[in-house]
Unconditional design. Structure first.
Length: 381
């Protein structure tokens, strides 16, 4: 597959996943049509899950300036749908007014939605009228009733405040931000990996949540907090290392280790690798094109499996097709849309080396083909 064909494949896949959510929500019909038969006890939470997680992954593409032709027409259309959806989700008179109030899960998905605001301050936040901004800020503040435990949930509280900050709300709480940063600096385990709290968890939460939010929070606030510039250097170096580990975990066939919780988030497990490409902090040993080719292989391996979608185009739980046994009790149909986080590099222009450079073998392909590579090394900070 040529590089330009890979970009089109990524875009088509992202829109296939996202179209049912945004089209329904923009029409204020998501509550009517989103399937809630899987783990129906989670159904009151599923709508914000689907919207927040999808927005988190689509935001860099919606923010992108300089696109042209059909892709720019699509970007403009979906940016308009996103703006309509933000109104529908936060307008108390809307039939799709979302549940930000219940203690617990809404904090998680409000944070993913806030992360989308951080990732698209110009094309999304700046395009909102004052009424919708006020609605959105009020909705985000409702999640403050949830007190996060000592885990990745600290970043959910921090990211909600970051969302309020980019909305221009003077009541954002810097303490919730700084507390998450200080605690995770203490919970670093070494070689690019943080504990999920004090304990190490062998799963993908360093990529689902912890490091993408960590990098973006210290970047956003490095001028507001005195030592964040120095911290950011260390945090990005650690994220760079973990992104390299993610790339090395992709097999020559596009599979990867099936370990830990939330595997039904599918290729959302590679959010941090995509973010490293988007923000140009890949390790110098990784060529952007090899990351593109590796992630394309992962996406295709998942998408080629039959049964990922129901008859109406909604995601179904599983990793390769319909595998409901892989889904923990906290998973709803909406939860599955965190898979959209893999698409962050669509926020790069087609002329960026990530998209424009010719095909490159990724690390595992190079090794199994007999190529003599330099040895891998841990980092010591």
């Amino acid at each position: 597959m040529h590089a330009s064909e890979q970009r089109k494949y990524w875009l088509d896949t992202m829109l296939t996943i996202g179209e049912p959510v945004l089209s329904a929500l923009a029409k204020r019909q998501l509550r009517q049509v989103l399937p809630t038969d899987f783990h129906p006890d989670r159904s009151p939470l599923a709508h914000l899950e689907a919207f927040g997680r999808l927005a988190c992954g689509m935001a860099p593409w919606l923010e992108r300036e300089g696109l042209a032709g059909e892709e720019e027409q699509l970007r403009a259309r979906y940016a308009s749908l996103m703006l309509e959806s933000l109104d529908a989700a936060t307008d108390p008179s809307s039939p799709d007014y979302m549940n930000f109030e219940t203690i617990g899960q809404p904090l998680v998905d409000a944070a993913f939605l806030a992360h989308a605001l951080v990732r698209a301050p110009n094309r999304i936040v700046a395009a909102l009228d004052s009424r919708v901004k006020a609605q959105l800020a009020a909705s985000l503040k409702k999640t403050r009733r949830t007190v996060p435990g000592g885990s990745n949930w600290l970043f959910f509280s921090a990211m909600v405040e970051a969302g309020l900050y980019v909305l221009g709300d003077p009541e954002y709480d810097p303490l919730r931000i700084d507390y998450a940063v200080r605690m995770f600096m203490k919970w670093y385990k070494g070689d690019g990996v943080y504990g999920d709290g004090e304990s190490f968890h062998w799963d993908y939460y360093n990529s689902f949540v912890i490091q993408p939010m960590f990098v973006d929070i210290v970047t956003l606030f490095e001028r507001e907090f005195g030592d964040y510039s120095a911290l950011r250097t260390v945090i990005v170096e650690r994220a760079q290392r973990y992104a390299s580990i993610l790339e090395r975990s992709i097999s020559p066939e596009g599979t990867y280790p099936y370990i830990g919780r939330s595997l039904v988030y599918r290729f959302g497990a590679f959010q941090l690798l995509g973010q490293a490409a988007l923000q140009h902090f890949l390790d110098e040993s990784l060529k952007p094109a090899q990351v593109r080719c590796a992630l394309t292989a992962v996406i295709r391996r998942v998408m080629d499996a039959p049964g990922n979608f129901d008859a109406n185009g909604w995601l179904r739980p599983g990793l390769y097709g319909f595998q409901p046994g892989l889904a923990e009790g906290y998973i709803s149909t909406g939860s599955l849309y965190l898979c959209a986080a893999v698409f962050l590099p669509l926020g790069l222009l087609p002329s960026d080396p990530f998209w424009a450079s010719p095909h490159e073998k990724w690390t595992s392909q190079r090794v199994v083909s007999g190529e003599d590579l330099e040895a891998d090394h841990a980092i010591n900070h």
